[in-house]
Write a protein that binds this ligand. Structure first.
Ligand code: HJL
Ligand code: ZN
Length: 163
């Protein structure tokens, strides 16, 4: 129900608050949920793991480590009905040149059925995030969980100079 979605998004926001502020990215939090079992498989936040990592990426890296597989082979071991909650929509381009999270989600299309986003990506770094279209054309639903936008953006941009 909508209440559960907002609860998971709040959990993702709590993760985002653990992220060290930087002027060159956003502080994002993510939670990967097994929708069928209604249980959390992994959480993540920006820079949680070494290597200029993104929140969604950390969920996948931690799960891959837990299963003893490479992140790109995660699709072999994941249950079929997952939901990814992320405070900011998955990136479709990264100024660092690292693999965008949309590509990482698309690798898991057999498992991730829905991506719940707290806000769309602001235009600070990338002017047009094409992620939603890419995910939808792969059959993945993208759902905006409303009500936390201001809190999410305040956390996401805490490392940016104001004014
Ligand atoms: N969904 C999402 N999760 C994150 O954990 C994160 N940091 C971003 N941020 C998107 C933003 O577009 C990129 O942070 C910049 O494009 C710089 O790219 P890097 O982060 O250095 O790879 N977006
Ligand atoms: Zn990303």
């Amino acid at each position: 129900s909508a209440g559960d979605h907002k609860a998971y998004m709040r959990l993702a926001l709590e993760q985002a608050q653990k992220s060290p502020p930087k002027p060159t990215n956003y502080r994002v939090g993510a939670v990967l949920v097994d929708s069928a079992a209604n249980e959390i498989l992994a959480t993540g936040y920006t820079l949680e793991l070494p290597g200029n990592t993104h929140a969604e990426q950390c969920c996948f890296m931690k799960l891959a480590q837990k299963h003893g597989v490479a992140e790109e082979d995660l699709k072999e071991v994941l249950p079929p009905e997952l939901a990814l909650y992320t405070t900011v929509e998955p990136c479709s381009k990264r100024l660092s040149g690292n693999l965008p999270c949309v590509e990482r989600v698309l690798r898991l299309t057999e498992s991730i059925r829905t991506v719940y986003v707290g806000t769309m990506e602001p235009e600070t770094f990338v002017t047009e995030n094409t992620g939603k279209k890419s995910l939808q054309s792969a059959g993945i639903s993208v759902v905006h969980v409303e009500g936390l936008e201001k809190e999410i953006l305040d956390v996401a941009t805490a490392g940016h100079t104001k004014g």
